[in-house]
Design a binder for this molecule. Structure first.
Ligand code: TGC
Ligand code: FAD
Length: 387
């Protein structure tokens, strides 16, 4: 029997170091995370602080950034880490994406030297956690409409507004908050516990239950002048961070799909229906073949985009192609695997339904599938159809 990825000789595209990173992250997930996932998901809880230290020790937090205690790895290595993390649970990859690609990246790319020194080394080890507040209750796909404001008062900034659906919110030591100012959208570092800054967890989620999602309320939050990120001005600041996290999802979604497919291959080999293994039926094999094709194509696309990113030539539109295709196909794979598991497919005994419902969030966050279709449509036609 041949493994799905072996049909595409995927490993021949990877260096020894990249394969080693993938194995290290997989071993860590198998040992420290996978045994607890169904329980965390069912309880709707995540021991985020403890996990952040575990993830920091294995070196995945901000692993694609240089300096300040970060590992400075290539894009494909980072992608493979996301693949393994999301193979465990999308919530785990979310924790890492938001920490490394959104909060740390924003500070690394746009922060002052003092801000970098203060936050990045402790965030790389997982001692400190960050979140990224862009979305608001009335402005998700259209962040340009944001109502959160930052106004100068003497030498200080005063922030007012609400951010919604913020991953890692209530476990964060620092929130990167994007706000409208007289000089356009700017980013601010808001430490937890600042007066006027409150965080409320969002309950009753059916998807991404092993992930902390919160509302951030800023009510007259007074910050010193040096809380602003000096290098970001305008919407291109936060959108530049999104390119980083979206890239991780291109790989991550395929990790969830691969976990579903591997689970299903084992299941259909064992399960007998009408006195024969489920794997022996043509309808089953057609489903397995179709899923493997989409998985393989998605992985090849992910590695290709990773190489473009390493060469410094990747464009935001190419990231949209990857996010749109790979999340959409991963969700289809998870749903098809679910059918092959029959009734067992709806329980947390197998990871498939957990991946399927998680991928519903992944389809929506970091730009909905419709927004990425419109980004690709704009690239093809030259016409922006967002407004
Ligand atoms: P538009 O006029 O097109 O652009 C405004 C400025 O931004 C620049 N820009 C980008 N820069 C870098 N990367 C990108 N991908 C960029 N897209 C646009 C653009 O060049 C322009 O720059 P400048 O200098 O001329 O001002 O903006 P628009 O208002 O028409 O909106 C375009 C649109 C719809 C594509 C954008 O708003 C968008 O991407 N919306 C989706 C929002 C989104 O993805 N939110 C995600 C929030 S974070 C999250 O979900 C975390 S989930 C947890 C996890 O990751 O695990
Ligand atoms: P809306 O923008 O209201 O969209 C509703 C529907 O309308 C969608 O189908 C959308 O595609 C469609 N639509 C919107 N505009 C158009 C258009 N022009 N043409 C056609 N259709 C359109 N945000 C953060 O800032 N930080 C985080 O850490 C974060 N974490 C998240 C974690 C989870 C679990 C979830 C679910 C979301 C998270 N988000 C986060 C928010 C996420 O980015 C937004 O939910 C997403 O951008 C969509 O915004 P919305 O939910 O307001 O939907």
């Amino acid at each position: 029997m041949t493994a799905p990825t072996a049909l595409f000789a995927l490993d021949t595209l990877l260096s020894e170091e990249e394969r080693e990173i993938r194995s290290t992250v997989r071993r860590m997930c198998d040992r420290e995370i996978r045994p607890h996932l169904a329980g965390w998901f069912e309880a709707g809880e995540l021991p985020a602080r403890e996990l952040a230290r575990t993830l920091g020790a294995v070196g995945v937090l901000g692993m694609h950034l240089d300096g300040y205690g970060c590992a400075g790895m290539g894009a494909v290595s980072y992608g493979l880490a996301c693949l393994e993390l999301e193979g465990a649970d999308s919530g785990l990859r979310s924790l890492v994406s938001v920490q490394g690609s959104l909060a740390m990246y924003a500070i690394w790319k746009y922060g002052s030297e003092e801000q970098k020194q203060e936050w990045l080394p402790a965030m790389a080890t997982g001692e400190r956690i960050g979140c990224f507040g862009l979305t608001e209750p009335d402005f998700g796909s259209d962040p340009g409409g944001m109502r959160t404001t930052a106004k100068r008062e003497g030498g200080d900034w005063v922030l007012n507004g609400t951010k919604m659906w913020i991953t890692n919110g209530s476990v964060s030591d620092v929130a990167v908050v994007w706000a409208r100012t007289d000089e356009g959208v700017r980013g601010f570092l808001v430490p937890a516990g600042t007066q006027g800054f409150t965080v409320n967890d969002i309950k009753h989620k059916i998807s991404l239950r092993a992930s902390v999602t919160s509302e951030l309320v800023l009510d007259g939050v007074r910050l010193p002048a040096d809380a602003m990120l000096p290098g970001a001005r305008g919407l291109s600041g936060p959108l530049g961070c999104l390119n980083e996290a979206r890239f991780g999802i291109v790989f991550g979604a395929m990790g969830a799909a691969l976990d579903c497919l591997e689970t299903t291959l084992a299941y259909v080999a064992e399960r007998e229906v009408f006195a024969r293994p489920l794997a022996s039926y043509q309808l089953t094999q057609e489903k397995l073949a179709d899923m493997t094709l989409e998985l393989g194509k998605g992985l090849l696309l992910a590695v290709h985009l990773g190489r473009l990113k390493e060469a410094g030539t990747i464009t935001p539109e190419q990231v949209s192609v990857g996010k749109l295709n790979n999340v959409r196909e991963a969700l289809e794979i998870a749903r098809k695997c679910r059918t092959l598991l029959g009734a067992s497919g709806i329980t947390l005994e197998y990871p498939v339904i957990r991946h399927a419902v998680n991928l519903e969030s992944v389809l929506t966050y970091e730009g909905t599938s419709e927004i990425h279709s419109l980004v690709v449509g704009k690239a093809l036609t030259g016409i922006a159809a967002f407004h």
